[in-house]
Design a protein around this ligand. Structure first.
Ligand code: GAL
Ligand code: ZN
Length: 627
């Protein structure tokens, strides 16, 4: 069975509406709802006083209607009494501003008060509903870090120092790792170390990177505490927390190993023509996080959201297309935010499965149709998706590449997406992998800007190429190690031998935001040779020792210098080939690796288990060959 449903917030409605809810859920084919996510203030209206009666009735009503529950620990939004009584729980920004209550997620992730009160609430809920027959899954908190991923308060500063002590042991080791000899930053004791609050100039790169790592670890620690409570109460009920796709604030590789099932919230903009591709990329990441295990699309909008400058609705059929894309790419559940569209509060203009206008609506017809379609797809559940190509994706490269004191302003995810989209257009299914993971199952591995890499990771990639794997490495890879110290001698570390190149000097091109600002650096560079066209974002002086030069820079100061090289099964790409050129490079790599491509215009094709999905994202009628 494929789970179908959405966030259910019955506390927003008078009780007489609940019976209609369950009746309509049945009509729509709903099999699961996420319940209680923002219920703290209703469940514990005063400190230590719990009111579960209303939730008991909701749980019982859902059970009677055959709807299973993904029950929240309800800790996502501390109630007003909590932040009123314990204002130290409120998070502090980099600039020293203490945030106020009145929206949600108003807590410092390191706050012992928040942790204590959240754990107590989670325990009470876990005890009360452990044996409830509607309980199918635990939903820990909600979108950890969505609004507050980093907190700079004194409590967080203390926790950061403790984290650093555990990581480095001695302050000398920290000094070495952070390179504090520069700019007179040498610490003599841990007590002197602060979080990277607003500063006169660039922060220490090691401090910034470690604070990102620490902040991610704090969120995971919060999750871990509540997950342990849920597991103790119900050892056999799966535990999840909803991820947010490519979310920089938390390292989902680490986190995913601690959930029983990965779940994701996904809000691509219907007004952006690239959305189907971008959505596909997040679905592939979610499937990859637990190495191919099915995952759940925990939230998506039935139509418009309410938080963009302009909130475009989904076109007829688009909701179903994007939902089936998720199923094709490994999802065993399709859920929405939210069941019944609100009439009050901050998200009343966000679409709901049951819209303001009621059931005689396009929305409702599409929702019930999708419920029926997913019921027909029940036997997809549990089946796997087999990818022969992988893209290396690492949070440390993301964090470090996007610091301020770096060679250029590059969006890591945009660069990854440039390569991903060329694969998508060819209907080549792609996994994401860590650089140090076992790559032997893949015929081709793409490495876009793996800026920060341990020598073990670089060794792993070069061993993959040496063993016959087809490897594509692009610019700004192997530049710094895990402490953000330069990989000297031409960068790339052990990949130099595998690729037959080293890098002498960088010559970044204008990133898109500076192009708009009219800054006079060239936005592109001409490329000539086997791959002719233009390159964007980057150029550099590549020194070739042992590789064929497939393409050279054909304009500017680097004219005649290598831009794209190949040594046996290993390619190096020193720019972002523009337009169709990325795909032309990939065609050669994939053909050499024996990976089939299947370009089908606007039609996305994916095979999951024995099911073939063909999903048209275009606006014109197309003919699809059924296999
Ligand atoms: C998510 C969140 C939901 C809802 C939704 C729509 O980020 O988890 O509670 O706010 O977005 O905006
Ligand atoms: Zn804090």
């Amino acid at each position: 069975m494929i789970w179908y449903g959405g966030d259910y917030n019955p506390e927003q409605w008078p009780e007489e509406v609940w019976a209609e809810d369950t009746r309509l859920m049945q009509e729509a084919g709903v099999t699961m709802v996420s319940l209680g996510i923002f219920s703290w203030a209703m469940l514990e209206p005063r400190e230590g006083e719990f009111e579960f009666g209303w939730l008991d009735r909701v749980m019982d009503g859902l059970h009677a209607a055959g709807v299973r529950v993904d029950l929240a620990t309800a800790t996502a939004s501390p109630p007003p009494w909590l932040t009123h009584r314990y204002p130290e729980v409120l998070p502090v920004t980099k600039d020293g501003v203490r945030l106020s209550a009145g929206s949600r997620q108003q807590y410092c992730p390191s706050s012992p008060v928040y942790r204590r009160l959240a754990a107590r609430l989670a325990s009470r809920i876990a005890e009360r509903y452990a044996d409830h027959p509607a309980l199918a899954m635990w939903h820990i908190n909600n979108e950890y870090g969505c609004h507050v991923s980093h907190c700079y308060c004194e409590t967080s500063a203390d926790a950061f120092r403790a984290w650093l002590k555990a990581r480095y042991g001695t302050v000398d080791a920290l000094n070495t790792a952070w390179g504090t000899a520069f700019w007179s930053q040498r610490y003599s004791e841990f007590a002197e170390v602060q979080p990277p609050r607003a500063m006169p100039s660039f922060g220490n790169p090691g401090q910034l990177l470690d604070f990102d790592r620490f902040s991610s670890d704090q969120l995971i620690e919060l999750y871990r505490a509540e997950a342990a409570i849920a597991r103790a109460a119900t050892p056999s009920i799966p535990v999840t927390t909803n991820f947010m796709g490519f979310f920089k604030g938390a390292d989902y590789w680490a986190w995913a190993q601690e959930v029983d099932v990965v779940s994701d919230d996904s809000y691509p903009d219907p007004a952006d023509p690239l959305s189907p591709m971008y959505a596909a990329m997040t679905r592939d990441l979610m499937r990859s996080l637990r190495h191919g295990k099915p995952w759940i699309l925990m939230e998506q909008a039935p139509s418009a959201v309410n938080w963009r400058a302009r909130n475009a609705p989904k076109a007829p059929g688009e909701m179903a297309a994007w939902s089936k894309q998720a199923v094709a790419r490994g999802a065993d559940g399709i859920l929405f935010f939210q069941w019944r569209q609100s009439v009050a509060g901050a998200e009343k203009f966000h679409s709901g499965m049951l819209p303001h206008a009621g059931t005689d609506t396009r929305m409702w017809r599409e929702i019930t149709e999708l419920g029926a379609d997913l019921a027909d797809l029940a036997d997809v559940e549990g089946s796997r998706v087999d990818a022969r190509v992988a893209i290396v994706f690492e949070w440390d490269s993301w964090r470090s590449l996007e610091q301020q004191a770096v060679p250029t302003r590059l969006s890591y995810v945009d660069h990854v997406f440039a390569w991903y989209s060329a694969l998508f257009e060819r209907n080549v299914l792609t996994d994401f992998v860590k650089a140090d993971s076992d790559l032997s199952g893949y015929d081709t591995v793409i490495v876009p800007s793996l800026f920060c890499a341990t020598s073990a990771a670089l060794d792993n990639l070069s061993a993959y190429a040496d063993g016959g794997g087809h490897l594509v490495v692009t610019f700004q890879t192997g530049i710094v190690d895990e402490s953000m110290h330069i990989t000297s001698g031409g960068y790339l570390g052990s990949l130099q031998a595998a690729l037959g190149v080293r890098i002498e000097e960088f010559a970044p091109l204008a990133p898109p935001d500076l192009q708009k600002a009219g800054v006079g650096t060239p936005p592109t560079v001409a490329l000539a040779g086997e791959f002719a066209g233009t390159g964007a974002l980057w150029s550099e002086h590549v020194r070739v020792s042992d590789a064929a030069v497939l393409s050279v820079f054909a304009s500017g100061a680097l004219e005649g210098g290598a831009a794209i090289t190949r040594r046996a099964n290993a390619w190096y790409v020193a720019t972002l080939p523009e337009g169709t050129l990325t795909g032309e490079v990939l065609d050669v790599v994939l053909a050499s690796a024996g990976v089939a491509t299947d370009p089908a215009g606007t039609v996305e094709r994916v095979q999951r288990g024995r099911h073939h999905f063909s999903i048209d994202h275009g606006t014109q009628a197309v003919q699809v060959e059924v296999r």
